[in-house]
Write a protein that binds this ligand. Structure first.
Ligand code: CP
Ligand code: NVA
Length: 308
């Protein structure tokens, strides 16, 4: 079974093939309507079930459109309206039933172990649509977006500012190892990447710098990235966390310390005026809307990879 749970689970070769297929399919359908199927309809007669334990705009929309473009259909399940591990039906039994109905499952969960637990009992692939630990689909879309703008990411310098210990930064560290780019994380000590991912990075010889100095993190950078200071279900004192991260805001002054042609990325939703200023996110260097669009294209290849 080919599940797409974490970037670290796949070989560099498999990840590269996903990105290349995404780019090619995007080019090949440039004259088609947004939801029209690709000529080969590889997912025809097939369907995907999507379960969202947490809110989502982009992941929900982009997977639905991705499946349509592959010629298939999707159904969105809200855990509140299905039997889903709350005592009336175990995750295991729900997984067995979904196996009978659909060809692939996408899960957005507050608990990464639900992905593993669900995946164990499904006889069909499962895709991670964001967990508390990782957000691999977003990072795949970001790599595609980077390469469309600036060419091969291998050997380039990517900077991450703000919360260095969340789902996005974890997946980005894994991607740095698999795609061979340098990653510089600028964050306060309290929000540094955790031991588990730092050990993974060390073992996999990731070119990683973690610094408390935001200017050092963006120096020579080809791409500056950030994320909400307080993630969904982040059980922290929000006011205090925002205070700790204040100096890591991506603003014009900080962008000027990166390469002059650097780009700005954010997975969205954004805390405007917090982790990034309007001037930067709405400015010429920002590629955030294309990142959102490329979720569709990257996820089409992820689905194809899982099923082939
Ligand atoms: N970037 C992202 O995953 O957005 P949603 O939470 O809207 O799905
Ligand atoms: N780190 C953010 C990403 C949102 C797409 C969160 O988990 O809320």
């Amino acid at each position: 079974m080919k599940n797409f749970i974490d970037i670290s689970d796949l070989s560099s070769k498999a990840l590269r093939s996903i990105i290349e297929e995404a780019k090619l399919r995007k080019i090949n359908r440039k004259n088609l309507n947004k939801s029209a199927p690709d000529e080969d309809k590889p997912f025809e007669g097939k369907s995907m079930a999507m379960i969202f334990e947490k809110p989502s705009t982009r992941t929900r929309m982009s997977f639905d459109i991705a499946v349509k473009q592959l010629g298939g259909s999707s159904i969105i399940l809200n855990p509140d309206v299905i039997h889903y591990g709350k005592g009336d039906e175990t995750l295991k039994d729900t997984a067995k039933v979904l196996t009978e109905y659909v060809d692939i499952v996408m899960l957005r969960t507050s608990s990464h172990k639900n992905l593993e637990e669900f995946g164990k009992h499904l006889d069909i692939p499962i895709i991670n649509g964001l967990s508390d630990k990782s957000h691999p689909c977003q990072i795949m879309s970001d790599i595609m977006t980077f390469e469309e703008t600036k060419g091969l990411i291998t050997g380039k310098v990517i900077s991450w500012l703000g919360d260095g210990n969340n789902n996005m930064s974890n997946s980005l560290i894994e991607a740095a190892g698999k795609f061979g780019f340098q990653l510089k994380i600028g964050c306060p000590t309290k929000y540094m990447p955790d031991k588990r991912i730092l050990n993974w990075a060390k073992k996999n010889k990731v070119n990683l710098l973690v610094t408390k100095k935001p200017e050092e993190a963006v120096k020579d950078s080809d791409c500056v990235m950030t994320d909400k200071w307080v993630s969904m279900n982040d059980k922290v004192n929000k006011k205090l966390k925002k205070k700790h991260l204040k100096n890591y805001q991506v603003n014009k002054k900080l962008m000027l310390k990166a390469k002059s042609d650097t780009i700005f990325m954010h997975c969205l939703p954004v805390g405007r005026g917090e982790e990034v200023t309007d001037e930067v996110i709405d400015g010429k260097q920002s590629v955030v809307w294309r990142q959102a669009l490329n979720r569709v294209h990257a996820q089409k290849s992820i689905i194809n990879w899982c099923l082939n």
